[in-house]
Ligand binder design. Structure first.
Ligand SMILES: [Ca+2]
Length: 426
């Protein structure tokens, strides 16, 4: 997978594989077609904030590692600096993901701001210039993950993330795409730092502002996607959030995770859940190409033991978490989205034991297998290596010929398959 090959060689292999695919009426093609909006495609593995399970999120190093581990796309969340540069951060508030609170030169930048109706105190990207942010270094935001890389890597711009994707594409001999998210579009618009045109400007600079570019633009808000639809043909994805999952596995809603924030501002009622009903999906289809529901919308899990209306420790480890839940049957959301011609990319896959429902028996690969089997077209993972291995296992289960490719390498599939690289090539 990490071996290099020339672009020409890659192109020829791609054409041969495509030709064989078209000519083969076998199970693999039928399986691909069954997934609706993306016929013939394998599910995409999207490196969520890079390989953020291993390295501090939203750094060039985390993105590069995700690519080395086999991710098809890397995911930069975008916020704006004071001087309008789009940078990769999960939030305008950079306190939890950087060392900014420890830098004396920026002590006076600590502020309280309202983000989507919620008061937050900390250091905000919108109070720093791009040049100033070069003094800041990223840290691992998850306490249970390796803190040994804290303070080493800087914050990249979106421009640099695309440049990395292009550079690594050439090195790897495969196309690596970017999956930017407009973070808190209304917040940025209210500050005069609207993200949308800036995002398109950077894509345009790199020649990636067109339909077939390896780009998806995602947002939890709706109005900015509708605006973007009028200005670009790049594929757009409506994200669908929620607050939590009740003990019975039903999805719960509480501000600010109850509805898109632009709905709240405009006085539109309803919840995120409305967007994944058949009527909601039909609305999404008018401006977007895909939908990105939180994974419990697709397969939820209920508490095994409920005491006084709350989840109880079912596995006896003294903790109450996802390991104390049992999976419910998959919902109809994927089928309903595919019926509308929308693809489905879901999130977020994480390997820690406490995040895995009991059915997965402590094996992260089992969770990926469940969602691939349910028909997702892609998923966001903090651990893209596991997502890629699980995809190979899934392909082996679905297509008996895939095993020949795995074992025989270039001799399998009439000389067209290249072992694991064939299995994982999109
Ligand atoms: Ca437990």
């Amino acid at each position: 997978m990490l071996q290099k090959r020339s672009f020409l060689w890659f192109l020829m292999a791609l054409l041969c594989t495509a030709a064989l695919w078209m000519a083969t009426p076998g199970s693999a093609r039928a399986d691909g077609g069954a997934r609706g909006a993306d016929p013939g495609k394998r599910p995409l593995v999207i490196g969520h904030r890079g390989a953020s399970g291993y390295l501090p999120e939203h750094t060039l190093e985390a993105y590069a590692l995700a690519i080395e581990l086999g991710a098809d796309f890397i995911e930069p969340d975008l916020v704006a600096t004071k001087d309008g540069v789009l940078i990769a951060r999960h939030e305008p508030n950079i306190t939890a993901t950087t060392n900014v609170s420890t830098l004396p030169q920026f002590a006076d930048r600590r502020k309280t701001r309202i983000v989507d109706g919620v008061s937050e105190t900390g250091w905000f990207a919108t109070d720093f210039t791009w040049a100033e942010l070069q003094q800041v270094r990223a840290v691992q935001a998850f306490g249970e993950r390796d803190q040994g890389f804290n303070g080493l890597y800087r914050i990249p711009s979106f421009d640099e993330v695309i440049a990395l994707a292009k550079r690594k594409s050439a090195e790897e001999g495969r196309t690596i795409g970017v999956y930017p998210e407009t973070k808190h579009p209304t917040f940025h618009q209210q500050l005069g730092l609207a993200l949308e045109d800036r995002l398109l400007h950077v894509l345009q600079k790199h020649g990636w502002n067109h339909r077939s570019a390896p780009v998806f633009i995602q947002s939890f808000e709706q109005a900015n996607l509708k605006y973007l639809r009028g200005k670009t043909s790049v594929r757009l994805v409506q994200l669908v959030d929620a607050d939590d999952v009740a003990p019975d596995g039903s999805i719960t809603y509480a501000a600010p995770f109850d509805r898109p924030y632009d709905w709240a501002v405009a006085g539109r009622t309803g919840t995120f859940g409305d967007l994944v009903t058949p009527a909601g999906l039909a609305e999404v289809r008018t401006y977007a190409d895909g939908v990105g529901p939180w994974k419990p919308y697709l397969i939820s899990a209920a508490c095994i033991n409920v005491v006084a209306g709350r989840c109880a420790d079912a596995n006896g480890d003294g903790l109450v978490n996802d390991a104390d839940r049992r999976l419910l049957a998959p919902s109809a959301v994927i089928a309903n989205a595919h019926a509308q011609g929308l693809f489905v990319h879901t999130w977020t896959f994480r390997s820690e034991q406490r995040r895995l429902a009991s059915n997965y028996r402590g094996m992260p690969a089992n969770e990926y297998l469940a969602f691939y089997e349910a028909g997702v077209d892609g998923l966001f993972s903090d651990f893209p290596d596991t997502a890629v291995v699980a995809r190979t296992l899934w392909l082996l289960k679905k297509d008996p010929d895939a095993a020949k490719c795995l074992v025989d390498g270039k001799h399998g599939r009439q000389g067209s398959c290249k072992g694991l690289r064939w299995l994982n090539a999109n």
